[in-house]
Ligand binder design. Structure first.
Ligand SMILES: [Zn+2]
Length: 465
């Protein structure tokens, strides 16, 4: 397998620290609002990575955290007068629901900041003891970036540029402008700690959680792969790396992976720009799997420009896969069958998740299979292989996981769906009792809903016409 390692700025052969195992950590959401497309892109990228690693035979331990301590959460709590725990529980649930719709598999563990304060205290204590952190008169604790000779080696920024770019801070208590808070001494909505009442800094939690939940104690790196959006490279990941380097005397991750930005109409998406496209809005209009297909169809490192036209085109491409699935519907599962296509698909995705290559292989497979099925003959072996290939695509990419008939019912409301199902049942009963006139009348009633029906050996199915 090959991975583009952001810290080395090159594609490298992936060799795990422990044979057959991979430890993967990805920075998860801060739960104070609904997920936007940027969250979706990151979650999907590392979901795909997780699946491809597993397809390569690795046992993956995958942690994605939930940041449930943050100033933005506190602000929301003050604005809405809702307790913090209600807000974080609400948005965590919403995040999980959105991810499920996108077909993102749950990580192995999902540590929360509020449940890992012990690990954060331990990390701060280590840094205070070895002189890499200092306490100010007001009780805040800062990481001393001057104590880490490798600071900025991950993002490869220049210290001088950094200082120039930094807003002039009024905080005289900091030794260097790049120093960041490990602990903020506050009285309101604070946690008790060995350093007094306060709240942890955001960067701290990932290093602490990695050390507590995932880290190898006897390797040169804490974990194999650390991932997240490109916007996290600096300062978040740089600061995580510095803390761990100074506290544990080793590097945080052997490989760093970053997914590109999501832009809407060419602009970088962020809350402050006000053009944030919430995932829930997109999910109202499109099937989660269509969005999954669309968001994954561009290589993860490229910036993604969201456009409705491209989304429509992605849907058409996914429709083709489902049409083939429908053509082969009812054949026995062929999971175990090895095919050349499966080998090629895994090879493409194992090359730094080369999704363009994977999608062109899929297009080619669909076209060729359809062409052969159009020729006379039973094509037993081809059907077996094609079924095996479709099952593999569903497993590794999460495309084509639904019943093909249900997939084509998208856009029909639940009440109408129920009515159609009832009419189909009535029609089948009429047919059984040889009441063909009534069966025909019921058929017309069904078709009046703008759907078509197919009688197959597996039963009667319908879809949007
Ligand atoms: Zn993080």
């Amino acid at each position: 397998m090959y991975i583009y390692d952001t810290s080395k700025k090159e594609k490298r052969r992936f060799t795990p620290l422990k044979e057959g195992e991979v430890s993967l950590y990805v920075c998860g959401p801060t739960v104070y609002d609904d997920a936007h497309l940027g969250h979706a892109k990151s979650a999907l990228t590392f979901d795909l990575l997780n699946r491809v690693l597993q397809a390569n035979g690795y046992k993956v331990r995958y942690a994605r955290n939930i940041t449930d301590i943050d100033d933005k959460i506190i602000k929301k709590s003050l604005e809405t007068k809702e307790p913090i725990s209600n807000i974080t529980a609400f948005y965590t649930k919403r995040f999980h629901a959105d991810m499920a719709q996108l077909g993102v598999l749950p990580p192995s563990i999902e540590p929360k900041a509020t449940e890992n304060l012990d690990a954060m205290f331990a990390l701060i204590s280590k840094l205070l003891q070895n002189g890499c952190a200092y306490k100010t008169a007001s009780g805040d604790i800062y990481f001393d970036t001057a104590k880490d000779p490798k600071y900025l080696s991950l993002s490869q920024r220049k210290q001088e540029e950094e200082q120039k770019q930094q807003r002039i801070e009024k905080n005289e208590a900091k030794k260097n402008s790049a120093d960041f808070a490990l602990w903020k001494a506050v009285d309101d909505l604070a946690f008790e700690s060995p350093f007094g009442k306060g709240r942890p800094g955001w960067h701290l939690e990932c290093s602490a959680m990695i050390h507590k939940h995932l880290a190898y104690r006897d390797e040169a790196f804490e974990i194999d792969i650390h991932g997240g959006g490109a916007d996290l490279l600096f300062p978040h990941h740089e600061n995580e790396a510095a803390q761990t380097r100074c506290a544990e005397h080793k590097e945080l991750a052997a490989y760093w992976m970053h997914n590109g930005f999501v832009r809407v109409n060419g602009e970088k998406m962020s809350k402050s720009l006000g053009n944030s496209f919430f995932l829930k809005d997109a999910l109202k209009l499109y099937d989660g799997e269509v969005l999954r297909f669309y968001l994954l169809s561009t290589h993860y490192r490229s910036d993604f420009n969201f456009s409705t036209q491209d989304l429509e085109n992605a849907k058409k491409r996914l429709d083709k896969l489902y049409r083939l699935k429908k053509r082969l519907f009812g054949l026995p599962e062929q999971d175990a069958l090895q095919t050349p296509f499966k080998t090629q698909l895994l090879k493409a995705l194992s090359d730094d998740l080369n999704v363009s290559k994977a999608l062109s292989l899929i297009d080619e497979f669909i076209t060729q299979t359809n062409e052969t099925l159009d020729t006379p003959g039973k094509h037993k072996q081809l059907k077996k292989e094609a079924s095996a290939n479709l099952a593999y695509i569903a497993d590794i990419l999460g495309f084509g996981v639904q019943n093909p008939y249900s997939y084509f019912q998208r856009g029909i409301d639940e009440a109408t769906k129920e009515e159609i199902e009832q009419l189909i049942q009535q029609r089948n009963e009429a047919k059984k009792s040889k009441n063909f006139e009534e069966a025909d009348a019921l058929r017309d009633k069904i078709l009046a809903h703008g759907v078509s029906i197919m009688d197959t050996p597996q039963g009667t199915f319908w879809e949007k016409a």
